[in-house]
Ligand binder design. Structure first.
Ligand code: ADP
Ligand code: MG
Length: 276
């Protein structure tokens, strides 16, 4: 008996037409809620036939595409719910402009392990140096790594806490905020807090201590936080908790905003000279 004969004489009980397979796979992909599989199985099957993939290889390729799509959908969702004022990336950040930024430390922070370890990040430096950009960029990295992130300005955080406090629901609110693995508090120091606000902010920091990460940006060095919090004791107690497990990046240099303007200015000068 030749092998050809064996295959032709065997009843094709399990052989289905390609339409039947197609509709069955479409049904299964829907039932499993795996739309990517429904979309890619056919093209990959053709490739698998052309390139003689093993069955296992084909299965892995199909599943891999589904997992990749699911992960990227999760990342997109986490970036959307983080409420970044704008999406900025570390890749868009010009490191040459900021020699005071330790590149090894930035690379370490970009791995998001600080979030897993519930450590904090503090970005200090003058206006326009890139603190908000870096905070968003690191937040985006954390979202990619699978961590939930929530961004807001210090002022908005205070408003949120004050509203909850007045409604007698501060604890509930702090608990809700603790669901985020990383919160970003932008612009501490621009607007001074009154005593109530300072106390609320202290409670936020205390409630996350060793439980969730906080990233803060400030134009003021720690020594001047007392001015913002209206009270050196509250400021010191808060800084103490904030920096206990934290990376502090103190940035110095020229504002990126002015640097851009200076370039324009020079272009203008050159232009004027050309016209002279
Ligand atoms: P800060 O929060 O320290 O005041 P920002 O992060 O808002 O500064 O930076 C001001 C502007 O300059 C933003 O549009 C930001 O994207 C841009 N910027 C700052 N530093 C850099 C840099 N090193 N590379 C690219 N863009 C930068
Ligand atoms: Mg800023």
């Amino acid at each position: 008996m030749t092998s050809t004969k064996t295959t032709t004489t065997k009843p094709a009980a399990s052989h289905k037409t390609s339409e039947q397979i197609s509709s069955k796979l479409a049904y299964l992909a829907r039932a499993l809620k795996t739309p990517t599989i429904g979309r890619v199985w056919e093209d990959l099957a053709n490739r698998a036939r052309d390139e003689n993939w093993a069955h296992e290889e084909y299965l892995a390729a199909v599943l891999e595409r589904q997992v990749a799509d699911r992960e990227s959908a999760g990342t997109t969702m986490r970036i959307r719910t983080a409420h970044f004022p704008q999406v900025k990336t570390l890749e868009d950040f010009n490191l040459d402009h900021l020699p005071s930024l330790r590149k090894d430390l930035l690379a370490h922070l970009a791995t998001s392990t600080f979030v897993a370890k519930t450590e904090n990040v503090i970005l200090l430096g003058p206006p326009g140096i890139g603190k908000t950009h870096l905070a968003i960029g690191l937040g985006v990295k954390a979202a990619h790594a699978g961590y939930s992130v929530l961004f807001d300005t210090a002022n908005n955080w205070i408003t949120r806490l004050a509203t909850a406090h007045h409604a007698g629901a501060l604890e509930t609110e702090l608990k809700k905020i603790r669901r985020y693995k990383l919160i970003i508090v932008d612009e501490i120091g621009y607007i001074p807090f009154d005593t109530d606000a300072a106390n609320l902010f202290f409670q936020l920091v205390a409630s996350r201590y060793e439980q969730g990460s906080i990233m803060v940006t400030s134009n003021l060095p720690f020594g001047r936080w007392g001015e913002t919090f209206g009270d050196d004791v509250v400021a010191a107690a808060m800084i103490d908790r904030l920096v206990h497990h934290a990376e502090v990046l103190t940035l110095s240099g020229n504002s990126y905003r002015t640097h851009g303007r200076r370039d324009l200015l020079h272009q203008g000068e050159r232009h004027n000279q050309d016209n002279d």
